[in-house]
Design a protein. Structure first.
Length: 203
């Protein structure tokens, strides 16, 4: 990787919106009392994939781009869990299943579900992103920090790319590949702390 960038992502929301066309019109695509999170575009821009617990467990759903739930109901895609979707150029769906479940999974157009990163640790569900020919991912390193690695989907070979100074965040994780493939964004905590405040009572 020739470049590296960092970003700290905020908390998720139970709704998300689409901003499309040059007018930047905002409208609610998916809304409701359920948690609707981690939206992702299909490679052709025709669909929005997202995770929702509207059936009681988190699954991957999709809705046509530009539609909304008042006239178009989302279609359920997975039935055995799913919390963060990404779509490859050939239409293959990649996803994690959430903090309790390890591995990264793929689902072909024919509906075949396959674990592609069998030893990917549970709880770090956001530290991966799809790239042409493979998947970038980061996992905690035994010596401290994290390892940025690449899985070749054809050979199933995992290649170490670099050592990250700080360990990945448990649960609040995220990673994204730049369109030109030259940089990766990932969440990292540089520092954290707390304060003790004295409140004096005036009599």
């Amino acid at each position: 990787m020739s470049k590296k960038a960092r970003a700290t992502l905020g908390s998720t929301s139970t709704n998300f919106q689409s901003a499309v066309e040059c007018q930047y019109k905002l409208f609610a695509t998916v809304a409701g009392l359920a948690a609707n999170v981690t939206p992702s575009w299909s490679s052709d821009g025709q669909w929005i994939y997202f995770a929702s617990n509207r059936t009681g467990t988190y699954q991957i759903w999709k809705i046509a781009a530009g539609a909304d739930e008042t006239g178009t109901k989302p279609a359920q895609v997975t039935h055995q869990g799913g919390c963060r979707p990404e779509i490859a150029g050939d239409g293959t769906l990649f996803y994690a299943k959430g903090p309790p479940v390890p591995r990264i999974w793929s689902l072909t157009r024919e509906g075949n579900e396959t674990p592609i990163l069998a030893d990917f640790p549970a709880g770090y569900w956001g530290y991966w992103c799809v790239a042409p020919g493979g998947v970038y991912f980061a996992i905690p390193a035994p010596e401290g920090g994290a390892r940025l690695q690449f899985l070749d989907l054809k050979t199933h070979h995992v290649r170490n790319l670099m050592q990250l100074e700080r360990p990945p965040l448990f649960s609040d994780s995220g990673m994204s590949l730049a369109p030109d493939g030259g940089a990766i964004l990932y969440t990292q905590v540089d520092s954290s702390g707390s304060e003790i405040i004295l409140v004096e009572h005036s009599r």
